[in-house]
Design a protein around this ligand. Structure first.
Ligand SMILES: [Zn+2]
Length: 248
């Protein structure tokens, strides 16, 4: 069989479905009525031999024989019975456009995803910062509230109180219970029991003195008494899991 355009020989592909002229590289589909020329339009229109070669490769043809090409057609008339080749059900130019647009859509979607990640990261960051700031609030030690004490009757702190007594000369003791945080700053206490702590109380003694005829410090429960630079006179009593740091 010969090429109806230039008389060149055919090479076949696709199990005899497709034919290509080895001389002018025109593609044909083989139908019952004989070869029908396949007009391949490059993306953007017009004819492009490289694009056509690519199409031919898709149909199963190898690289074009040397010297072959359109210039071998004596008459450049384009055949009347043209059939458009389709890839994946699309004409080549639509196929190319589809590829390009899916690439662009890929970029757009990728961009949106990155943008969402940035926004999400920002929101998460703000959330972490916010919650960390607020979680830290109860953890951060609040300054103790200055309390007044005449030193003549027992000073009691309880509950979640956080108080400090400064420079008090007392003839009565302090009793700390609950979750009370009590700071004795340069206080001088002289009493049968100077400091009595219980529950989960925290007593900090800084400077001054504690003198107890029975006990200077009596710590019970899970309470803790910390002495720093204070003079402790009298027996220190400690029960169970209570702790007295800095005095014996
Ligand atoms: Zn030909």
């Amino acid at each position: 069989m010969q090429c109806p355009r230039c008389g060149g020989g055919f090479e076949m592909a696709g199990g005899g479905q497709h034919a290509r002229c080895m001389r002018c590289l025109t593609l044909f589909t083989m139908g019952p009525q004989g070869p029908t020329q396949v007009q391949v339009q490059a993306p953007g229109g017009g004819q492009n031999q490289e694009f056509e070669n690519m199409m031919a490769q898709n149909l199963g043809f190898g690289p074009p024989p040397a010297g072959a090409g359109r210039h071998n057609i004596p008459d450049m008339r384009v055949g009347d019975m043209n059939v458009r080749v389709k890839i994946n059900g699309m004409s080549p130019e639509n196929y190319a456009k589809d590829k390009v647009s899916s690439m662009i859509w890929g970029w757009i979607i990728g961009g949106i995803i990155i943008l969402l990640l940035i926004i999400g990261g920002g929101v998460l960051g703000v959330y972490i910062w916010y919650s960390a700031k607020h979680t830290n609030d109860p953890v951060a030690p609040k300054p103790a509230e200055a309390a007044t004490w005449d030193g003549k009757s027992t000073y009691t702190c309880d509950g979640n109180e956080n108080v400090s007594l400064k420079g008090v000369k007392a003839t009565a003791g302090v009793v700390a219970g609950g979750n009370c945080h009590l700071t004795l700053d340069n206080c001088n206490i002289t009493a049968p029991i100077g400091i009595s702590s219980d529950g989960n109380a925290r007593v900090t003694v800084t400077g001054g003195s504690v003198t107890g005829s029975t006990n200077s410090i009596k710590a019970d429960g899970l309470s803790q008494v910390t002495v720093t630079g204070a003079t402790i006179k009298g027996k220190v009593a400690k029960d169970g899991l209570a702790k007295v740091i800095g005095a014996q």
